[in-house]
Design a protein around this ligand. Structure first.
Ligand code: UTP
Length: 319
């Protein structure tokens, strides 16, 4: 298949990062701090995404941002005064940390005036794509998909099977109501990946009741979308939550015969969008950190022992 924007190994030039949501599950922090800037150990989620986009070979990070979130773009700035002060004090490691985000990739801001939904946010990215970009990536900054590299597999599947390619992971059947859920069919083979890692998508439903869910393969915040999605996004009506849903546009494309496949992710995933997922992500990254890992392990062990002792005491008191 000929992809005219095939300047990078993956063929992806633009990664769209929808970051204009309200972050209500993180209030009160998100009154003043965009949730995409909350640190995992010391690095904001959006910088981890910029790294993933840069490793993919993309050259442009199209950040969909809200009028009250200017800090998101600022994070990719140069901060010359801060760099000079740190350099004068010999703090070279910190200088590198300040410069890193801006050096990874070129950010472009696209403002979403109102949070009308993920589908609406993605639709706004059309204005930044070059004429020769047949496809583009979407990475949700809420979602850490580890180890990095799933988008490269998805690009191979698109090169071979065409259309759009999404990332799926398997959850327990009772958890599907939190996600966009895929209705899938097995295919004979896909892009040199094991047959069980690539599936054809025949339908998609946003946050279904577990009893109505077509499978327990759910969307994992990584999309490689054909440009045809913009046309579909322009034709959908508000769906779940009164928002324009990306899931509904994909479902429309499938119905109209556009090929959609998933790569089933073989690894782990952290949901940074709510405290219940963010805290384990910080613990996971913290434990792997060369500087903080050993101390954190001791601290967690002590905290667990304390909690278990308190539970045992309250159980004994209750008897
Ligand atoms: P979420 O629904 O997880 O984010 O959207 P949210 O709306 O900020 O979170 P809550 O539910 O209020 O806690 C997934 C991603 O899509 C972006 C969000 O910023 C997030 O990265 N998004 C969502 C937009 O850019 N615009 C929207 O209108 C909605």
């Amino acid at each position: 298949m000929n992809m005219s924007s095939d300047e990078t190994p993956s063929g992806v030039k633009t990664v769209v990062v929808p970051a204009a949501g309200m972050g209500t599950r993180f209030l009160p922090a998100t009154k003043t701090v965009p949730k995409e800037l909350l640190p995992v150990v010391d690095t904001p989620g959006i910088e981890l995404i910029a790294e993933e986009a840069s490793v993919l070979g993309a050259s442009r990070l199209a950040i969909i941002t809200a009028p009250n979130k200017p800090e998101l773009l600022r994070h990719f700035g140069q901060f010359p005064n801060l760099v000079d002060t740190l350099a004068e004090r010999g703090k070279d490691e910190q200088v590198a940390k300040v410069r890193r985000a801006g050096d990874l990739i070129e950010p472009v801001a696209v403002e979403q005036a109102e949070p009308l939904g993920l589908g609406h946010a993605v639709g706004l990215a059309e204005s930044v794509l070059d004429a020769d970009e047949d496809a583009f990536a979407v990475m949700l900054p809420d979602d850490l998909v580890l180890p990095m590299g799933v988008m490269e597999k998805m690009a191979k599947v698109r090169a071979e099977l065409g259309g759009s390619v999404l990332c799926a992971f398997e959850v327990a059947p009772e958890e599907v109501y939190n996600y966009g859920v895929f209705d899938v069919e097995e295919i004979a083979e896909g892009a040199d990946l094991p047959a069980d890692q690539v599936k054809r998508v025949v339908g998609m439903v946003e946050k279904p009741d577990p009893a109505d869910a077509p499978s327990n393969f759910v969307a994992a915040g990584r999309y490689l979308l054909d440009r045809a999605v913009f046309d579909a996004l322009g034709r959908i009506e508000p769906g779940k939550g009164g928002e324009l849903q990306l899931t509904d546009a994909i479902e429309l494309m499938i119905k109209e015969g556009h090929p959609v496949h998933v790569v089933v992710h073989d690894g782990k995933r952290h949901d940074l969008g709510n405290p219940a997922g963010y805290i384990p992500a910080c613990v996971d990254f913290g434990l792997s950190h060369p500087k903080y890992g050993p101390g954190l392990k001791k601290a967690i062990t002590a905290i667990l022992a304390e909690h278990e002792a308190a539970e045992a005491e309250s159980e004994a008191g209750g008897n």
